[in-house]
Design a protein. Structure first.
Length: 239
């Protein structure tokens, strides 16, 4: 299984600039899970958004064929149900911290491509996707396109669960496979929740267990936000 303490994150690193042609990019690693996140600015908007004068942020997600133990077929005919659900989650999470009026009439597309999967790919995509988005906003400000940052605050995500009756933080594949309860939590820097996805894999869980998992998730999210904040501050100083 794992020798991590129940309330310990896997080793977390965020490396900006992995795709230099994108307006923003980073490689996030949480243990053995690695996701390349890129943010691309598009001056066009979806037709339904054009008349609003406001911007938009959306996300796409994918897994490389050998990001898992056995080869996954590419989704040649379009994203499947799981992929679309994850894309919607990432998009909702990133949009929760954007001022669309300040962004103006443009769209930012955040692509999250899983290079290696060992649990928590959707939560890593949100945490890394936010840094890529922040970098794109910094570039727009540096170019004089934006007068102020459209980011209202940061957002990050983490998984928690109950394994062998014990609450655990940041589930890798082995822990996730053995979990009696699995939960993904997305929260902002101000401590507000964006989304809570909790599922009992067998026996239902109690309200007390739910609250313990939520407290544990916030403990992990605060650490993710601290890493994000350090990098954003560094990148802002460079600009």
């Amino acid at each position: 299984m794992t020798d991590r303490a129940p309330d310990a994150l896997r080793t977390l690193t965020l490396e900006p600039g992995w795709a230099p042609q994108a307006e923003g990019s980073c490689l996030i690693a949480m243990g053995d899970t690695r996701v390349l996140c890129t943010a691309s600015v598009d001056d066009s908007l979806p037709p339904w958004r054009e008349a609003s004068g406001k911007g938009w942020v959306t996300a796409e997600y994918g897994m490389l064929p050998r990001s898992t133990h056995s080869r996954r077929a590419r989704e040649r005919k379009g994203a499947g149900g799981r992929t679309r659900e994850i894309e919607r989650l990432i998009g909702r999470s990133l949009r929760s911290v954007i001022d669309f009026e300040a962004l103006g009439p443009r769209m930012i597309v955040v692509d999250c491509d899983v290079l290696q999967a060992d649990g928590g790919t959707r939560t890593a995509s949100i945490t890394g996707g936010f840094l890529a988005l922040a970098m794109a906003c910094l570039r727009l400000r540096a170019q004089g396109v934006l007068d102020a940052s459209p980011l209202k605050e940061a957002v990050a995500a983490i998984s928690v669960g109950i394994v062998d009756g014990e609450p655990r933080l940041d589930l890798d594949y082995a822990l996730d496979s053995a979990a009696q309860v699995d939960m993904n939590v997305v929260a902002t820097e101000s401590g507000r929740l964006v989304e809570v996805q909790g599922t009992a894999e067998g026996e239902p869980f109690t309200r007390e267990e739910h609250d313990r998992l939520l407290d544990l998730a916030f403990h992990g999210i605060e650490q993710c936000l601290a890493v994000q904040r350090q990098l954003v501050d560094f990148l802002e100083a460079r600009h």
